[in-house]
Design a protein around this ligand. Structure first.
Ligand SMILES: Cc1ncc(C[n+]2csc(CCOP(=O)(O)OP(=O)(O)O)c2C)c(N)n1
Length: 714
C-alpha cells in the first residue's frame, strides 16, 4: 500500500487516516472485543487534530505545557491507542496487538497512569467531557497566576472528543453550563455527531438541537457537515482557537463504522468486532490490503512520527523560555515547579491551628473552615469550592479571589469570597452541580499543579459518586469536604440525613474516608488530606458542635494518622470492653466510658476516624488497639452498621442507624435513635454481662425487632 513515488498530500492524509481506522479494526478483531465504529468514523478529525494542531511531545508525555487531549467516549479507546503508537509514544505495536488483554497497556477503556499519553480515565460517559472543563480551568488559573509579559509559560489548549452518549449524560450539561459561564476560551470539543448510540439511532431519544443547546450555554459552535472533509475540520479548529471568549463545540457529522458496507451507520458497528467477512469487505471498500493485519505503511508512519521531532523542539523552546522566566522570577518559577511536581512547600502546615479544650467546642465543619483558611495561605495550588453551599460547608477561602472570567463585570457580588474577580481567584463557584463538581475536580487534579477540593453535604455525595470512584481509580489527590454528616443534622429530615453514605464511600477502593471527632482531629485530617497527593480523601464533618477534647486527658489527635487510636485506656489491667466511636459519637462514648468506669468496668475508648488508615497499619499496631483476645467491643456510629463487624467481631455489637432518619431537632433524632450515653451504657453492660442475646441466639421476633430499630447489628 506504500506509494512508490511520494504520495500527494491528499493521498498521504487518506493513507494516515485509514491506518488509524484499520489498526483499530484489527485490534478489536484480534481481541474479539471492543468498539470499532467510533475510531472508523472519527479518524479524520482525530488525524487533523493530532498532526496539525496538538502540541505534545511523544517522548515526554508529561511535558507541563502540552495540550491536553481527552477521549471522553472512552469506548473508542483504539483511536487514541493508534494515535499514540503512530506518533511515537512508548506504546509499541505489540501493545496494540494486546488490546484488552491481561497486563497490557491497552485496556478496554483508556486508563490514566497505565498508558503513556492518556490524560484521564474515561468510559463512564460524560466524565471525560467534564474532566476537560476542569483541565481548562486549571490552565486558566495557572496562566493567570504564573504568566508574565513575554513569558507565557502556561499556554495550551484542552481538546476533547465527545460522543452522543457524552452529551446525553447530565454531567456534561452541568460542566458545559459552568464552562460557558466562565468563558473558557481554550477549551475545544470535537463532537462525533454520528447519530448512532449503542442500541439505537439518536432519533429515538436524543433530538434536541445540540448546537443551540451549547449556544445557550454560551459556547461557540460550528458545524462540519462532512466528517471526512479535512479542510473543513482544519478551518473549524482554527476558528475555535481564534475564539478567545467562549469554549468551542465543533459538531462534526460523521458515520459510525465508516467504510463498512453492511454495518456503517448501524449500531452493529458500535461495540462489537466487525467480523472476518465484514473486515474483508471494509478493507476492500477503502482500498486497504487484507494482509498483513496491523499494517502500517511506511509513509504513514513517517508522517505521524514527525510529531517526535516537532514535539521535542516545542518542549526545548518552552524550556528555554522557562529558564529565562526562572531568572526573571525565581520565586514564582520555584512555586510553579513545586506545584506541578505535586510537592508541598516547606512549612506549608506551619499555620494549622491547634484548638484548646472546650466542652462546648465547635462543629468540625467550623474547625475545618478555620484550618483551610490557614493552609491556603501557603498553598497557592489549593483551589476549590462548594456546590452553592459555602456558608454551610465553611469552605470559602477568604480574600483569595473568586475564579471568574476577568472580562466579566463583577456585577452582583453576593456570595463572592472577596479578593478579586479573575482567573487567578481560588474560590471556584461550582453552582448547584455536584456531579459536575466532582468530575471537574478530577480534571483539575489530572491537569497537574492543582490541589482541588470540593464541598457539599454528605447526603449529596451520592450525586458525586461516579467521579469520586474515578478519582480513586486514577489515584488523584482530590479532597472532598462533606458536612452535615448524620441524622444529627436535624430538622431538614430524612432527605438530607445521610445514613448509608459513609458505608457507601468506604466501599470505594483506594478512597480514604476520615470522620474526625473534634476540632483537633479535624486539623490532623486536613494534614493527611493535603499530604495525600495520589489518593482522594473524603472529610466527613458535622453540622453540630462537638466538644474539643482535653488532650492532656486524652491521647493526642495525631493518632488520627493511624486511623484508630486509644483515646483513653483502662487505668490498669485488661479492658473488659472496648468502646469504638467515630466523629460525633466519640464524645458520647467518652462519657459512656466514664459512667461505666464508675460502675467498675474496665473500659478502653478508641477513636476510629478512618478505617482505611487503620487497615494500612501493621498487624501489630492494629492488635495493640483492638487485641484479638478482647471480644466485647461496641462500636457507635450514626450511620449504617454495614462493615463494622470487621472491627467488633462476631461477639461485638454496633449502635448504628438501620433506617431512614426523621425530621426533628438533631438532639431529639439522636436520642430517639439510641445515641445517648444511657443507651450506650446499657448496651455495653448487656454485651459484657452477656444479657443481650447475640444475633444467632435471638428469637426471630427479637431479631426482627432489633433489625427494625437498628439495622443489622453485625
Ligand atoms: C454512564 C454510561 N452509561 C452507559 C454506558 C454504556 N455505553 C457505552 S457506549 C454507549 C453509547 C454509545 O453511543 P455514542 O456515545 O454515540 O458512541 P458511538 O456509538 O458513536 O461510538 C453506552 C450506552 C457507558 N459507557 N457509560
Amino acid at each position: 500500500m506504500n506509494y512508490s513515488t511520494a504520495p500527494s498530500s491528499a493521498e498521504l492524509d487518506n493513507l494516515c487516516i485509514n491506518t488509524v481506522r484499520f489498526l483499530s479494526v484489527d485490534a478489536v478483531e484480534k481481541a474479539n472485543s471492543g468498539h470499532p465504529g467510533l475510531p472508523m468514523g472519527a479518524a479524520p478529525m482525530a488525524y487533523v487534530l493530532w498532526t496539525r494542531f496538538l502540541k505534545h511531545n511523544p517522548t515526554n508525555p508529561s511535558w507541563i505545557d502540552r495540550d491536553r487531549f481527552v477521549l471522553s467516549a472512552g469506548h473508542g479507546s483504539m483511536l487514541p491507542y493508534s494515535l499514540l503508537h503512530l506518533t511515537g509514544y512508548d506504546l509499541p505495536l505489540e501493545q496494540i496487538q494486546l488490546f484488552r488483554q491481561w497486563g497490557s497497556k491497552t485496556p478496554g477503556h483508556p486508563e490514566r497512569g497505565l498508558t503513556p499519553g492518556v490524560e484521564t480515565t474515561t468510559g463512564p460517559l460524560g466524565q471525560g467531557f467534564a474532566n476537560s472543563v476542569g483541565m481548562a480551568i486549571a490552565e486558566d488559573y495557572l496562566a493567570a497566576r504564573y504568566n508574565r509579559p513575554d513569558y507565557e509559560i502556561v499556554d495550551h489548549y484542552t481538546y476533547a472528543l465527545v460522543s452522543d452518549g457524552d452529551l446525553m449524560e447530565g454531567v456534561s450539561s452541568e460542566a458545559a453550563s459552568l464552562a460557558g459561564h466562565l468563558k473558557l476560551g481554550k477549551l475545544i470539543c470535537l463532537y462525533d455527531d454520528n447519530h448512532i448510540t449503542l442500541s439505537a439511532g439518536t432519533n429515538i431519544a436524543f433530538t434536541e438541537d445540540r448546537a443551540m443547546r451549547f449556544e445557550a450555554y454560551g459556547w461557540h459552535t460550528q458545524i462540519v457537515e462532512n466528517g471526512n472533509d479535512l479542510a473543513a475540520i482544519d478551518h473549524a479548529l482554527r476558528e475555535a482557537q481564534a475564539e478567545k471568549e467562549r469554549p468551542s463545540l465543533i459538531l462534526v457529522q460523521t458515520h459510525l463504522g465508516y467504510g463498512s458496507p453492511n454495518k456503517q451507520d448501524t449500531f452493529k458497528a458500535h461495540g462489537s468486532p466487525l467480523g472476518d467477512k465484514e473486515v474483508k469487505l471494509t478493507k476492500e471498500a477503502l482500498g486497504w490490503p487484507l494482509d498483513p493485519t496491523f499494517y502500517i505503511p511506511d509513509q504513514a508512519l513517517a508522517h505521524f512520527r514527525r510529531a517526535v521531532d516537532t514535539g521535542r523542539q516545542a518542549e526545548a523552546e518552552w524550556n528555554a523560555t522557562f529558564t529565562k522566566y526562572a531568572k526573571a522570577f525565581p520565586d514564582l518559577a520555584k512555586e510553579f515547579q513545586q506545584g506541578m511536581a505535586g510537592d508541598l512547600p516547606k512549612g506549608w502546615d506551619a499555620g494549622i491551628p491547634s484548638f484548646p479544650a472546650d466542652p462546648k467546642g465547635m462543629a468540625t465543619r467550623v474547625a475545618s473552615g478555620k484550618v483551610l483558611n490557614e493552609i491556603d495561605k501557603k498553598l497557592p495550588s489549593l483551589i476549590g469550592g462548594s456546590a452553592d453551599l459555602d456558608p454551610s460547608t465553611h469552605t470559602a477561602l477568604q480574600a483569595v479571589g473568586d475564579f471568574e472570567n476577568p472580562r466579566d463585570e463583577a456585577g452582583n457580588l453576593q456570595g463572592s469570597a472577596g479578593g478579586g474577580w479573575s482567573y487567578a481567584g481560588r474560590n471556584l463557584h461550582f453552582g448547584v452541580r455536584e456531579h459536575g463538581m466532582g468530575a471537574i475536580a478530577n480534571g483539575l487534579a489530572a491537569h497537574g499543579g492543582i490541589i482541588p477540593f470540593t464541598a457539599t453535604f454528605l447526603i449529596f455525595s451520592d450525586y458525586m459518586r461516579p467521579p469520586i470512584r474515578l478519582a480513586a481509580l486514577m489515584e488523584l489527590g482530590v479532597i472532598y469536604v462533606f458536612t452535615h454528616d448524620s441524622i444529627a443534622l436535624g430538622e431538614d429530615g430524612p432527605t438530607h440525613q445521610p445514613v448509608e453514605q459513609l458505608a457507601s464511600l468506604r466501599a470505594i477502593p483506594e478512597l480514604t474516608v476520615i470522620r474526625p471527632c473534634d476540632a483537633n482531629e479535624t486539623a490532623v485530617a486536613w494534614h493527611v488530606a493535603i499530604e495525600s497527593r495520589d489518593r482522594p480523601v473524603a472529610l466527613i464533618l458535622t453540622r453540630q458542635n462537638l466538644p474539643t477534647l482535653d488532650r492532656t486527658q486524652f491521647a493526642a489527635a495525631e493518632g488520627l494518622r493511624r486511623g484508630a487510636y486509644i483515646l483513653k485506656d483502662v487505668a490498669e489491667g485488661k479492658p473488659d470492653l472496648i468502646l469504638i466511636g467515630t466523629g460525633s459519637e466519640v464524645s458520647l462514648i467518652v462519657r459512656a466510658g466514664e459512667n461505666l468506669t464508675n460502675e467498675g468496668m474496665h473500659v478502653r475508648i478508641v477513636s476510629m476516624p478512618s478505617w482505611e488508615l487503620f487497615d494500612a497499619q501493621p498487624q501489630s499496631y492494629r492488635d495493640s488497639v483492638l487485641p484479638p483476645s478482647i471480644h466485647p467491643r461496641l462500636a457507635v456510629e450514626a450511620g449504617a452498621t454495614q462493615g463494622w463487624c470487621k472491627y467488633v467481631g462476631g461477639a461485638g455489637d454496633v449502635i448504628g442507624v438501620g433506617r431512614f432518619g426523621a425530621s426533628a431537632p438533631g438532639e431529639v433524632v439522636m436520642r430517639e435513635y439510641g445515641f445517648t450515653v444511657e443507651n450506650i451504657c446499657q448496651r455495653a453492660m448487656e454485651l459484657v454481662h452477656g444479657k443481650r442475646p447475640l444475633l444467632h441466639q435471638r428469637t426471630d421476633a427479637e431479631a426482627m425487632q432489633v433489625w427494625r430499630n437498628e439495622g443489622d447489628p453485625n
